[in-house]
Design a protein around this ligand. Structure first.
Ligand code: MN
Length: 234
């Protein structure tokens, strides 16, 4: 038995996943991690889909898949084709059901830079068989993330460069204004499918140029007005 606050647990209780907040010691507690698929037209095309025909769709990673203030990404097991996907992360401080687009930004605490690391070979096999994407997406350490910047400081970025360099070579380059479904629309649509709550995090999709990483690669992710994330693949 493990005891915490007098409550007996039959095994050690999981620790809370948290993200750092720029300029403060306070932490952002993470409840869920939602991800948007194919939210930039050029990336949808490179994955073999027609961006004009598809409504947004979602999958989840686990809160403990996040690496806060990541400096490295350990190459995962069971894959030989792990891809980088740079994304704008949105952190919610309130939630609700059926949130109107015009009220969606009221839920947002702030923004960050994150990577949706993907075991592309496993994801591809699952796609082919019409099976869920978990093994391709929701693995250990699959979501390196930088510190959050509160929206009170930067507003709600809807345009600006989003890019990723591997060993100083530009691999992904896009603009937040290319998101097919805008942040406020993503929040609204998600809230029609799930009850959003404080601590929920959304990875809003990746621009074109996804590709494989190998051990030793240095990844530099950037979102204009939000920040940078620099990690080494180990
Ligand atoms: Mn992604």
């Amino acid at each position: 038995m493990t005891s915490m606050s007098g409550t007996p647990f039959v095994c050690p209780p999981p620790s809370l996943s948290t993200l750092s907040v720029d300029g403060t010691d306070a932490r952002f507690p993470v409840r869920r991690v939602y991800c948007v698929g194919r939210n930039y037209a050029a990336h949808a095309v490179e994955m073999g889909h027609d961006p004009d025909q598809e409504p947004p769709f979602f999958f989840q990673k686990n809160p403990d898949n996040l690496i806060a203030d990541a400096t490295h990404f350990p190459y995962p097991k069971a894959s030989k084709d792990v891809h980088h996907e740079v994304e704008l992360l949105v952190a919610l401080q309130t939630g609700g059901d059926d949130i109107a687009v015009e009220n969606a930004f009221e839920c947002v605490f702030g923004y960050g830079v994150a990577l949706d690391m993907t075991r592309r070979d496993l994801q591809g096999q699952m796609k082919q068989m019409g099976r869920p994407w978990e093994v391709g997406k929701a693995f250990e350490m699959s979501a390196p993330a930088g510190p959050l910047v509160p929206s009170t400081q930067i507003g709600h970025p809807s345009a600006g460069e989003i890019w990723l360099k591997v060993n100083d070579d530009m691999r992904q380059s896009g603009d937040l204004n290319q998101m097919l479904w805008k942040t406020s629309e993503v929040i609204s649509i998600l809230s029609g499918l799930f009850t959003l709550q404080p601590g929920d995090v959304i990875l809003t999709g990746t621009p074109a140029g996804v590709g494989p990483v190998v051990r030793g690669d240095r990844l530099h992710a950037h979102v204009e007005g939000v920040g940078d994330l620099q990690i080494t693949v180990t």
